[in-house]
Design a protein around this ligand. Structure first.
Ligand SMILES: *Cc1c(COP(=O)(O)O)cnc(C)c1O
Length: 427
C-alpha cells in the first residue's frame, strides 16, 4: 500500500497530502540540522547515564519516606550531569512546571527581597505565584516584592531599564526562555547568557533562574551552560520524553538546589526523603528518549510554520527562523478557523480522536480557551496538542508530537479540516 493511501484512509485528501509533500521537499536541510542536534544530545544524555552508572537497581520502587533511594539519587545525578550543574532536584512530588518554578522562587527568596523579570510579564500561572494577581500564599503575601522590565519594541533586552531596576533588594532574576502564550520571541541559551552576564555585572551575587519550559534539548546547550544558577522545567514537557507520568526538575548550584529541596519537603529533611513510587523507570527512559522526541516535535513545528505560511497565515516563529522552543504560533484570524484547526489535531490523536474541542472558560484566562489534546498523559504538551484563547488575533499555539510522523499527520489533518470547511484554499 502506498503511503498516500493510508493517509487517505485517515481522511486526508490527496490534494492536501500532495501540498504537504511539496512543502516538505523544501525542508531537508532544516531537518538535517535538527537531527544533528538530536544526535549530539542523545550522546550527551547517554554519557551522563554511563558516568552515573545507571543500573537495574535504580528502577526499584521505594515507598514511605523513601530513605536510601538509589535510583532517585542517580536520576538527579544524570540530570545534573547532562545540564552541567552542581546539583538537581527531579521528583514526581513536583506536580507540574508551575510548582517547580514556585519552589525555586520561594526557596531562594526571603521576606524583604525583590524578584525581577527583565523579559516582561512571566507565564500566566506565575502571576499568582508571584502575586501580580492577588492570590493566597503568593510571594507577595510573604513580603517579596516584584518588578518587571518590558522588552524593547524589537523584542530585545532593555539593558538601561534593567540596570536601573536592579537594586539593593534584588535577590533573584527570573528569565523565561520560551515565549509561552505571548508574541515576543523566545530566547536562545546564548542570548540568555548575555542577559545573565549583564545582570551579574550590575550585581554580582544576584541569583539568575531560567524558566526552561519547552526549551530542553532544542539546542545542544542549555541556559545552565551560560551562567544560570537554576534552570527549571516540567517532566510532562520536553525532558520527560513523553514517558514520565508526572514531575518537575530544578537543576543548578548546590546552594540553590539545597534550598529547593528543603522547600519541597521540609526544613531539616530536604533531598533525603521522597519515595519514588515506581515512577523512576519512566523518568529514566523518558529522559533517554527526550532528545529524539524533541527533534520530532521541532520538525512538526517547522513543518507547521511552512505549511501555514504557504496558506497565507502569519507564523511565530516564521518558517525560516531558528527555534528556541517547540511552540509554534499560527495566527488564523477567525474563530471558525481556530476550531477547525483544533478539530484536526484532536482527530489525529491516538487517544480521544472522536472528541470535538469546544471553547471553555478556563480559570485565569480573560477569554474562552479552545484546546485539542488526545494524550496518553493528561495535559502532556510534549504530546501533540494545540490551544489558544478565542479572541483577536485568533492565534493557535501548536506543540509536541511524540514522533515526527504523528506531528505531520496532525498538521495535515488540521489543513484537511480547514480545507473541507472551505476556510483555506490550497496554493
Ligand atoms: C508550561 C509552562 C509553565 C508552567 O508549567 P505547567 O506544567 O503548565 O504548570 C511555565 N512556564 C512556561 C514558559 C511554560 O511553557
Amino acid at each position: 500500500m502506498e503511503i498516500q493511501q493510508i493517509y487517505e484512509q485517515l481522511g486526508i485528501d490527496p490534494a492536501v497530502y500532495a501540498f504537504g509533500e511539496d512543502v516538505l521537499s523544501g525542508l531537508t536541510a532544516r531537518f538535517q540540522a535538527i537531527d544533528r542536534t538530536a544526535e549530539y544530545n542523545q550522546a550527551k544524555v547517554l554519557d551522563a547515564m554511563r558516568r552515573s552508572r545507571v543500573s537495574a537497581q535504580c528502577f526499584a520502587q521505594t515507598t514511605g519516606y523513601g530513605y536510601n533511594d538509589l535510583g532517585r539519587d542517580v536520576l538527579e545525578r544524570v540530570y545534573a550531569d547532562t545540564f552541567h550543574t552542581e546539583a538537581a532536584l527531579v521528583r514526581p512530588q513536583i506536580t507540574c512546571g508551575t510548582h517547580a518554578l514556585a519552589i525555586a522562587l520561594s526557596a531562594n527568596l526571603r521576606p524583604g527581597d525583590e524578584l525581577l523579570s527583565p523579559v516582561g510579564a512571566p507565564y500566566d500561572t506565575l502571576e499568582e505565584v508571584i502575586g501580580i494577581r492577588p492570590s493566597k500564599c503568593s510571594l507577595a503575601e510573604y513580603g517579596v516584592s516584584y518588578r518587571q522590565v518590558e522588552l524593547l519594541p524589537d523584542g530585545t533586552f532593555d539593558y538601561d531599564g534593567i540596570a536601573a531596576a536592579i537594586g539593593d533588594r534584588t535577590r533573584l532574576i527570573t528569565i523565561q526562555r520560551s515565549k509561552g502564550y505571548a508574541t515576543r520571541p523566545s530566547f536562545s541559551p546564548a542570548q540568555i547568557g548575555e542577559l545573565i552576564a549583564f545582570c551579574k555585572t550590575v550585581k554580582a551575587d544576584v541569583i539568575c533562574m531560567v524558566d526552561n519550559c519547552y526549551g530542553e534539548f532544542v539546542d545542544t546547550v542549555e541556559p545552565s551552560d551560560f551562567g544560570a544558577d537554576m534552570i527549571v522545567g516540567s517532566l510532562i514537557k520536553n525532558p520527560g520524553g513523553g514517558l514520565a507520568a508526572v514531575g518537575g526538575y530544578i537543576c543548578g548550584t548546590a546552594a540553590c538546589v539545597e534550598n529547593c529541596a528543603y522547600r519541597l519537603s521540609a526544613p531539616g529533611l530536604g533531598q533525603e526523603v521522597g519515595a519514588n513510587l515506581g515512577q523512576l523507570p519512566a523518568m529514566f527512559q523518558g529522559f533517554f528518549l527526550a532528545p529524539t522526541v524533541v527533534a520530532g516535535a521541532l520538525k512538526g513545528a517547522v513543518f507547521a510554520a511552512n505549511v501555514f505560511e504557504r496558506l497565507g497565515f502569519a507564523c511565530v516563529p516564521n518558517g525560516a527562523e531558528p527555534r528556541n522552543d517547540i511552540i509554534q504560533a499560527v495566527t488564523l484570524g477567525s474563530p471558525e478557523r481556530m476550531l477547525a484547526f483544533c478539530l484536526g489535531i484532536q482527530s489525529a490523536a491516538p487517544v480521544d480522536s472522536f472528541a470535538t474541542p469546544v471553547p471553555w472558560a478556563m480559570p485565569g484566562y480573560d477569554a474562552e480557551v479552545v484546546m485539542a489534546a488526545g494524550a496518553f498523559v493528561q495535559g502532556s504538551s510534549i504530546e501533540l496538542s494545540a490551544d489558544g484563547p478565542m479572541r483577536e488575533p485568533y492565534a493557535v499555539y501548536f506543540q509536541g508530537g511524540l514522533t515526527w510522523y504523528h506531528a505531520k499527520t496532525g498538521i495535515l489533518m488540521a489543513v484537511q479540516k480547514l480545507f473541507e470547511k472551505g476556510l483555506v484554499t490550497l496554493p
